[in-house]
Design a protein around this ligand. Structure first.
Ligand code: ADP
Ligand code: MG
Length: 331
């Protein structure tokens, strides 16, 4: 940090809140030769591995509510970044954090540090460095992971005839945002469920790693199923058909949200951080085994086709007009 060093008492702040965000040492975390405190961190990368890097910025009021609990913000920020590693089939190595703070609010920082430590433990990834500066509240996380060289999951590998899958349930985070802006009213328990799904998305790390050598393409669903499957379709130069009746909708959503609304959340709502992936016919039999072993619902939601468009079929196998106002609304 270059200015306001005294006011923010940067070094005390870093030592107190950011020097101990590390899960117990494992084979992965022991790749850290040097963490917080020097000019650079140093990592050892095993032979035959490629480094997978991803960076995301979350701005208060834009990517999370400005008055959100700081532990929740931290947990979500790390989960969202880890989800990119999951989508490539990578294993976490370490992360860095650049944080811009309007003031050194110790209660806020204590919560943030606590949430970050909890998420770092959950995903077994240590914090190895960063930058701290004064400014409007914004959080940038860069995650570093490793993948077996030449063997990562990418968006570009889907082939005609491959089956399309989604993990977990879709649309819950969109329902949470609707609850937060009071456009969707549900009971207290349902509200808690949706908000937890938004603030603590389960990045699908073990799933991504198990899909190496099985999935032909993968992406994490951050902007909505249609938008993110759209990235696979474009990168792979193929089309897709999605069966709306097969979309995995959570029991809470089914019970508390009108079905057409739930379908819209599942198709176009972002922030779920589930994986969407494609599997060639010779390997689809393995998907059910993975679902059972990991205890994660993996739902066959459609097929990769020729062409360059996504067609979504309704319950009567009629194409849904995705350009209609209702579906645009959430993009
Ligand atoms: P420099 O002037 O060399 O950039 P800084 O004063 O920014 O160093 O940071 C000092 C040390 O603290 C570095 O090791 C840096 O990686 C670490 N650091 C700074 N801010 C954070 C943060 N928010 N989280 C983790 N580590 C941090
Ligand atoms: Mg610095």
């Amino acid at each position: 940090m270059s200015n306001d060093r005294q006011n923010l008492s940067e070094f005390g702040l870093i030592t107190r809140f950011f020097s101990d965000i590390s899960p117990p040492l494992t084979a992965q975390t022991s790749s850290v030769e040097l963490g917080v405190g020097d000019d650079c961190a140093l990592l050892n990368i095993a032979a035959g591995q490629q480094l997978a890097l991803s960076i995301d910025t979350l701005v208060a009021g834009r990517h999370f509510p400005i008055d959100a609990d700081s532990a929740d913000i931290a947990h979500r920020a790390l989960a969202v970044s880890i989800s990119d590693l999951a989508a490539m089939g990578a294993t976490p190595l370490a992360f860095t954090l650049a944080i811009s703070l309007p003031e050194a609010d110790f209660n806020w920082l204590r919560g943030f540090s606590h949430g970050l430590k909890e998420a770092a433990g959950r995903y077994r990834i240590p914090l190895i460095g960063g930058d701290t500066t004064r400014g409007p509240l914004a959080i940038t996380l860069q995650v570093h992971g490793t993948v077996p060289a030449g063997n990562s999951l990418q968006r570009s590998g889907a082939g005609v005839g491959d089956s399309i899958y989604a993990s977990g349930y879709l649309g819950d985070a969109a329902a949470a945002l609707a609850v937060l802006n009071t456009s969707c009213e549900v009971g207290a328990e349902e509200q808690q469920y949706f908000l937890t799904r938004f603030y603590q998305p389960a990045a699908r790390l073990s799933l991504g790693q198990r899909l190496l050598g099985i999935a032909s393409a993968a992406i994490d669903i951050s902007d909505g199923l249609l938008a993110d499957l759209g990235h696979i379709v474009t990168a792979s130069k193929v089309g897709a058909t999605v069966y709306s009746r097969r979309l995995p909708i959570s029991p809470v959503m089914t019970a508390s949200v009108e079905s057409r609304q739930a379908l819209m959340y599942a198709l176009t709502g972002g922030d779920d951080y589930e994986l969407c992936f494609t599997v060639p016919p010779s390997k689809v039999a393995m998907v059910n085994t993975i679902a059972e072993q990991l205890n994660i619902p993996l739902t066959h939601i459609g097929e990769i086709t020729e062409g360059d468009k996504i067609t979504c079929l309704d319950h009567n196998n009629k194409a849904i007009d995705l350009n209609s106002a209702g579906y645009q609304h959430f993009r």
